[in-house]
Design a protein. Sequence first.
Length: 147
Amino acid sequence: MRISELAEQVGVATSTVRYYERIGLLSGPSRTASGYRDYDEDDSARLLFVTRARRMGLSCDQVSSLLGIWAGSHCANAAERVGQLIDEKQAEIVERIEELHGFAAQLDSVRDALRASSPPDGCRTDLTCCVPESPGPVVLDLVPRAR
């Protein structure tokens, strides 16, 4: 099947298929005489595996490690490792929620400081009139971390 058929069958964009090939999650397919990529059912199964793992929030590196365990036939080993990765992802989510609660509290503090006094006619040189100093640095990475 062609790349567009494979992508449609799994529910991803053709650019996603090409990206997964570039980074090694999918092997390069054979080519037709006219140079078109030619995928088979094994490619489809692998793409489906990769797509589902990515939709669970697993990083490409994590998916790559799973592919070595799964290889299309070691379901029990892959399922066990996926379970471990889910546990790790859950712990990461709990940690991120705690960080976000802390960040929300810091923002409440800043808002309270702004509301505590009327703004002056002109900005102060230290800008505390419109952007008060927060209680501490906000270290918040909104991009998911690779683990």
